[in-house]
Design a protein around this ligand. Sequence first.
Ligand SMILES: [Zn+2]
Length: 483
Amino acid sequence: MKKLTLLLLTAAIVAVFTLPIAACKKDNSALCNYEIIAEYDGQKTVSAVMNFTYYNDCENEISDLKFNLYANAYRQNARQKPISQTYLDKAFYNGESFGKIEILSVDNCSSWQVCGSDENVLLVSLLTPIYPENTVKISVKYTLELAQVNHRTGVTERAVNLGNFYPVLCHYEKSGFYECEYYSCGDPFVSDCANYTVQLTVPKSYVIASSGNLVKSNESGEKLVCEYELKRARDFAAVLSQNFKTESATLGDCTVTYYYYDDANPQMKLNAAVQSLQYFSDVFGKYVYPTLSVVQTGFCYAGMEYPALCMISDKLKNDDAIYTIVHENAHQWWYAMVGNDQINSAWQDEGLAEYSTLLFFENAPEYGFTKTAILGNAIKNYRAYFTVYKQIFGDANTQMTRSLTDFTSEYEYVNICYNKGLIAFDTIKNSLGEEKFFKALKHYYSNGLYKTAKPEDLIACFCGDDSDLEGLIRAFLDGKIII
Ligand SMILES: [Zn+2]
């Protein structure tokens, strides 16, 4: 994600992975599969059926499945609010509004219930245990009620955001399925790669931007029916609008499309999207998806990343929109293709995305963002945060690896994960030199592709047996560096 508070800029030892990575499966046949058939009524309701095939890649049998119900965070009595006080006015453009996901039925199971600490989990007890490398198919019927909100899931002023619009299988770790609560700070998501087939039906006045590759489309009466495919992705999102215009370009075998409704210079945004995709492919590794949708929409922050799709706030001015597009595109590498635990080590994708943005602009001076300005701004903001926290609270916790719940404010989160993250990666690059730095990130990409990388995996890529550099990085992460 990109926070608005960051957009203050004016145009102005290579190692081998030795530590385990929690893995998605190795090929398409051995992945979970989502087949989602959803219809939006043009108002505030999505009616859907999700046929989900679970593939057990664990070492033990599985008797229950758990799914995150992120959309329930928008309900009236949610314990964890999806949006902090700071952003309420930007988010709720029409006053307070609520939404929810209601599970109507689950087939092919012995029982099911909505549970979790905040009605945020669908627990499905299977008819029989599923042994390793076996599959089971269940069918979930549900309705999604959309709040009027400029946020990930909701009806915005000129578009409809369908992020997290279905039950998402919880990430599995040795301790079991990992239930995500919906924190207002950061991106509270951890998910594994799966295959998707998504059929979206909308009133035919709508244009659909989605994560997937369009494989079928037809009009039926007053409705438009589109079917999309997306392979080996850790999420699927769409944005619907009656106002979208589009500009497209191809880059190799990828089609990049900019969806917009209020932009005097759409070609410039498309160019920034294509150029950054090209640059990141060159320096990190191939972009694996057949499409990329860059989508202008109502959003209370600057932008939000999903696999093969990013949401860009329609409130951003030209330069801020370009900066945000590049930041969200960097997330295709750091979050979408190489995943990480965004709840407990948000710096890993946000810090890298922010530093990748700096690297792109350093190599594309025509946009007017200089390394000096971006880095200087990060240092200035970080020091301001540190001073403010020292004065107000008597101390500033500058630890980077910690849960989203351990940040006392979004201001602290942004300064630790984005600004300090950017400063840390620049320090690492200075220490390693350019060649080794990029070689390490290429290694991180190729080893982490489709997987969920841990902080140790990233550290090992940079450090190998260089204990001095590892000590430096750990000092950053533990909050023992003075900047
Ligand atoms: Zn981000």
